[in-house]
Ligand binder design. Structure first.
Ligand SMILES: Nc1ncnc2c1ncn2[C@@H]1O[C@H](COP(=O)(O)OP(=O)(O)OC[C@H]2O[C@H](OP(=O)(O)O)[C@H](O)[C@@H]2O)[C@@H](O)[C@H]1O
Length: 197
């Protein structure tokens, strides 16, 4: 999959765009770009929070087969999955926001001192991106509200800030796992001006 890196603000992505960021499974959008998501899209935050809290209560295990060794690892949902949040009316009508689809990649169970190690985050990223691809391909098939969508997926350099993972490692996974994806022409990675290459 072709990725293009530009400098700018992820939230300037066009109306109808899909925006990707990495999330913890505890229901917190407390820092980094997640904090901006929470401020700009409070209803989308509630959607994410409710998803996390319901799964934390139910403790639903699922098995991730290691992408290198195929060894099974049992983790609790939503770790290693993606949540796709459709544009929320409360967010785009009241706040004149754009109709952005938000993709949460659950790459670390916890955050702060509890954040997972980089290799664990990267392995979880493989599974979360595969899950995102499956869900997006299904969405495109049914065209559920994706009419304004320009066929591009916009992403921040997820995992590379508070999750402490070198961006090129996550980018390699994104490019590999989205290769040949139906419906997506390009992934646009948006990097803040102050960040170097
Ligand atoms: N407007 C903007 N446009 C484009 N790029 C922007 C931007 N603003 C910042 N960036 C860049 O986006 C990258 C990601 O960096 P981040 O540190 O945010 O995310 P991450 O994926 O490493 O970690 C996730 C955990 O951090 C959060 O906060 P809490 O843990 O809750 O406190 C979550 O909840 C998770 O848990 C860095 O390159 C930032 O420069």
């Amino acid at each position: 999959m072709k990725t293009t890196e530009i400098t700018g603000d992820l939230f300037d992505a066009p109306d109808g765009a899909v925006l990707i960021h990495a999330c913890n499974c505890l229901g917190s959008w407390g820092g980094g770009i997640a904090r901006v998501f929470k401020h700009k899209y409070p209803s989308a935050y509630k959607f994410y929070y409710n998803h996390c809290r319901a799964l934390l209560r139910e403790k639903r295990p699922h098995t991730l087969l290691n992408s290198q060794t195929n060894d099974p690892k049992i983790v609790n949902l939503p770790l290693g999955t993606a949540l796709i949040i459709p544009p929320q009316a409360q967010d785009y009508s009241i706040r004149q926001n754009k109709k952005h689809w938000i993709v949460c990649l659950f790459t670390s169970r916890a955050y702060g001192r509890g954040v997972s190690k980089p290799d664990v985050i990267l392995e979880n990223s493989v599974h979360a991106i595969r899950d995102m691809r499956r869900q997006l391909e299904e969405l495109f098939e049914h065209e559920d509200g994706m009419e304004q969508w320009d066929g591009k997926v916009y992403s921040c350099r997820f995992n590379s800030g508070l999750f402490g993972v070198e961006w090129k490692a996550s980018r390699k996974i994104l490019e590999t796992e989205l290769d040949g994806m139906v419906g997506v022409e390009e992934v646009v990675v948006v990097r803040p001006k102050e960040e170097i290459e």
